[in-house]
Design a protein around this ligand. Structure first.
Ligand code: HEC
Length: 123
């Protein structure tokens, strides 16, 4: 009776381990499977990302590094000079952003890149 219980719990644990491995592999196979970068909008997609990740330091009145990112007109020059994208991509020669925090997810970066590729419209 006791042995049966142990065997069942071992079987259960093995099943859980196999299941979690399966999901890991699936995520690796389809890394951007659920990253929708179509029709990115400044107000609906880009501004919320920047507000959440950047504007604790880059809002009007805080302005770290003299950079303001809390409205379209302020963001645009950093699109034009390439720094918005190069800082979040952690490219050489620029300060990696968000400063002191982990890099944004690949999907989040792709969304901003897609908005820029579509013309960086105030949409
Ligand atoms: C914890 C505060 C903090 C956060 C959060 C932060 N920044 Fe910055 N950022 C700074 C500081 C400080 C500088 C000036 C760095 C320097 O020149 O040494 C700066 C500079 C910049 C610059 C100018 C870089 C250059 O080389 O001219 C850009 C563009 C920028 N940040 C974009 C962003 C973006 C986009 C985010 C969000 C993804 C972000 N920052 C989040 C503090 C922050």
């Amino acid at each position: 009776m006791k042995l049966t219980a142990i065997l069942w719990s071992l079987l259960f644990m093995a099943t859980m381990m196999i299941a979690s491995c399966y999901y890991d592999v699936e995520e690796e196979l389809y890394p951007s499977g659920n990253c929708d970068t179509a029709n990115m909008s400044f107000s609906q997609d880009v501004m919320p990302i920047i507000n959440q990740n950047c504007n604790i330091c880059h809002a009007t009145g805080v302005e770290q590094g003299n950079v303001i990112l809390d409205n379209y007109d302020a963001v645009l020059p950093h699109v034009t000079n390439g720094k918005l994208l190069s800082t979040i991509r952690h490219e050489n020669g620029v300060e990696p952003m968000p400063q002191g925090q982990p890099q944004l997810s690949a999907c989040t970066i792709d969304k901003i890149a897609a908005w820029i590729a579509d013309g960086a419209l105030n949409n």
